[in-house]
Design a binder for this molecule. Sequence first.
Ligand SMILES: Nc1ncnc2c1ncn2[C@@H]1O[C@H](COP(=O)(O)OP(=O)(O)OP(=O)(O)O)[C@@H](O)[C@H]1O
Ligand SMILES: [Mg+2]
Length: 556
Amino acid sequence: VIRLLDEATIGQIAAGEVVERPVSVVKELVENALDAGATNIAVAIARGGMDSIDVRDDGCGIAREDLPLALRRHATSKLDDARGLERIATLGFRGEGLASIAAVAKVRISSRLAADQVGHAIEAAGEWVGAPQATAAPPGTRVEVRDLFGNVPVRRDFLRSPAAEFSRISSFLATLALGYPGVRFSLAHDEREVWAFPAAPSVEQRLAHVFGPAASGGLVEIDRADANVTVHGFVSKPGHDRPDRRMQVLFINGRLLRSTLLAGAWSAAYSTFAMSGRHAYGVLFLTLPPGGVDANVHPTKSDVRLRAANAVSDSVRRAIRSALEGRAAASAAGALGAPPARDVSFAPLDARSGAALPEPLFAHETAAEPARELRVLAQLDDTYILATDGYALVLVDQHAAHERVAFEAIARHHGDSKATEPLLVPYTIELDAAQCERFEASREALAEAGLEAEPFGERAYRIVATPAGYGARAFDVAGYLDDLGDEIAGLDARSRVWATLACHSVVRAGDPLEHAEMTALLARLVRCANPMHCPHGRPTIVRVEPEAIARMFRRT
Ligand SMILES: Nc1ncnc2c1ncn2[C@@H]1O[C@H](COP(=O)(O)OP(=O)(O)OP(=O)(O)O)[C@@H](O)[C@H]1O
Ligand SMILES: [Mg+2]
């Protein structure tokens, strides 16, 4: 039942511009369809929405006597009074959507309740509202909006080309569809169907429809429940990221939102997993108790206030982090550990031929056994370590690997006296004025990491101790200062100093290594929390499986 809100409640609702462009109309109408419990929503646009916007749903419908009220400002079936504002479970609550659209366009609503034999239609334009008329209609509601901003020419002038307005509509709707996999969505432009997403049993399948099957293959599932929020969703695996942030989709209690706070948490979680300058993509669904979210802060409802914002962003960061760590560990185990289960498709063949099944090659191993030892074979081009576990060929980038080992050691032992190694023969570095300034700014973080430098006359420092374990390798201070400004996805200033220090204190590409050094490096790499990537996100280990080798020899 649609009722008019009382004055006190009206006063508490965030008021302002609701319809800015065609996509705002689509948003209002599709949200109404979702609130009505629709399972099928068909959107048809003509000329970017400037000529018409037509949204059909198979939801609960609107009763004849409610039709005039639906178009009234501040009339809604979704909110009783101001107290209800604290526990909104629907997308709508202001009773403004349809009224705002009718104020700037010609609107026709036709609707039929499932239990009724006939439907009713009503028209409105500007201030005028017609009377409901009986009409033939399927169960559900259809809203046709024509001549948008016909009475406000300045607004029309602000619109972009029909193609540009349509593309906003298309990406909005496709993104919204991620949050409602059980609902079928279709979109047509100028009488041509542009896309349709069938109802899907799970978010994963809808993701494949929206992002494309290839992209959804690069996603990791996130799942975490904390006291006041559950975080579910799918985020891209490191290496599958994109150059912009646009595909970071966030739903809070079913509402599609943009949140810089959570975007920050998202990036922070990726620090050291992704290449700098690249962004993860995916979709996150946050579920909070209705009292934990205030949706009544912005007239278009595109923003919300979170009661426990910090706790929520913490949960998001942790949820993503632990999923990525889990994956890193699993792929490390895959790269360094036991070979994959033997291909079972050989079994029926042997069985058919009646021959005895060969003894499985790795029968003595079980999944619970520790990772197989990597055996170092050689150094390639003074840059890569060639190794094997007796099954696959394993290539390790010596610099990236050492960087990862050094970075984790610093992050683990920072501030500890064991992390630093006094030099028997301190050495002096000389810097120019600009370098001095940058060096001075990071000196404290360097000291925590074990690199102790004392001022030594004007524009010179004496290095008296270095991080433990790098011994003879001199710290490349010029390279360090050059790279210090580099963004490293999500790392804070202190960790950035450490990552850069690690990068410039370890073996480089082109350094010849002894067999024993390589063996020691691999042993330390395997024990890292995230052995697969260096702190900048580049891979450390590449594994060449026998299957890939067989393909090179055209055996398959
Ligand atoms: N597609 C629909 N199916 C069923 N009922 C609808 C539909 N669209 C609108 N209504 C009814 O009309 C009322 C007014 O819709 P309107 O969009 O103007 O406001 P609202 O959804 O209640 O709040 P908001 O302004 O926040 O969207 C709704 O409360 C609902 O009862
Ligand atoms: Mg609405």
